[in-house]
Design a protein around this ligand. Structure first.
Ligand SMILES: [Zn+2]
Length: 330
């Protein structure tokens, strides 16, 4: 990337037409030699509408967007790139209403673009968290009238599902190396630079319920054994000491105490960002789409120390996914 993007105008100036966008996409995906998204073979014939795989047993046609979130899109790549920039550069996210105004597209199109971008932001290859790790769950959404009137259930630490959706969050404190790829094409070769940044990192996902049988397998799959895991005193976290050094902090009402150096402030801070974002920008989110918003907020949090340009480039590492409109509204 030769340009720095500090505004939408710069993005649109740089990606001035579809040809520039296509070249950029191709450089990011395969440098100068196209590789077949159907069979993985490197090398393809150029056709008038794209490429044809050179492998005899394949010979399938493809374009630079095949197998990506842009496949078969009727929206110009220029609009896509602008939407990706806006969706990732805004600290709190962007609503479909705002995006439709900014890019002069319909709200339906904006809504669809944002959902595909959220799908794209899901982590393709999450690394295991380790060291000092915080785990917590929260409930997101629900009707306004219920938001403040949740009855405290004895021993539930204020948890009350009712019409809310449970989300499990895991945070590693302050020591994560977040690797961002910055790719440049030098003399036709794709050169990948890795920028390593150190700061806390979170992962979160929507869960069916907050029972131990649901939460423990997720923790075991995401947190390395022998890590120190800090939670509150919720019953579902009992038994973690078989695998981890488990510290359970007893929260009394409204008082998030720390015990020694142990706390769950990182994940609590993330919950507050997620909830404020969902209420403030998106007003509310239906449970079936909540996991995509979790992707978006997690991605933005984990890349919060990189520049908008690096973040924009990094998102293109994650484009190999598809989500059709039919699937989205199902
Ligand atoms: Zn092929």
């Amino acid at each position: 990337m030769t340009s720095q993007f500090n505004s939408l105008l710069q993005v649109l100036d740089y990606f001035k037409d579809e040809a520039v966008c296509t070249t950029y996409l191709a450089a990011g995906r395969w440098g100068n030699t196209p590789s077949c998204p159907h069979c993985g073979n490197v090398g393809a014939y150029v056709t008038n509408r794209g490429y044809k795989c050179k492998a005899k047993e394949c010979h399938k046609k493809f374009t630079v967007t095949t197998g990506t979130i842009f496949e078969n899109t009727k929206i110009s790549l220029r609009i896509w790139f602008a939407a990706i920039y806006l969706a990732t550069a805004h600290k709190k996210g962007i609503s479909s209403l705002q995006l439709c105004r900014d890019l002069n597209i319909t709200q339906k199109t904006a809504w669809f673009l944002l959902h595909r971008i959220r799908l794209m932001l899901a982590n393709n290859a999450p690394e295991m968290l380790e060291g000092n790790v915080e785990v917590d769950e929260t409930f997101v959404g629900g009707k306004n009238k219920n938001r403040h009137a949740n009855k405290k259930i004895e021993g539930s630490q204020g948890r009350s599902a009712a019409d809310k959706t449970p989300v499990l969050g895991i945070a590693q404190q302050n020591v994560v190396e977040y690797k961002v790829r910055d790719h440049k094409v030098i003399k036709g070769r794709k050169v990948v630079e890795r920028i390593v940044l150190k700061h806390s990192q979170v992962s979160c996902e929507v869960v069916a319920n907050t029972e131990a049988a649901t939460l423990h397998p997720i923790m075991l799959s995401q947190v390395k054994a022998d890590s120190k895991v800090v939670t509150d005193a919720y019953a579902s976290y009992k038994g973690l000491n078989k695998t981890y050094e488990h510290v359970a902090i007893k929260h009394t009402e409204g008082d998030y105490r720390t015990v020694g150096d142990n706390h769950t402030n990182t994940i609590e801070g993330f919950w507050s960002l997620l909830k404020r974002g969902i209420i403030g920008i998106y007003h509310n989110v239906s449970p079936k789409h909540l996991h995509r918003y979790c992707n978006e907020f997690t991605y933005r949090y984990n890349t919060r120390v990189v520049t908008d340009t690096v973040r924009f480039e990094d998102t293109f590492e994650r484009i190999n996914k598809r989500l059709t409109y039919k699937k989205l509204i199902a």
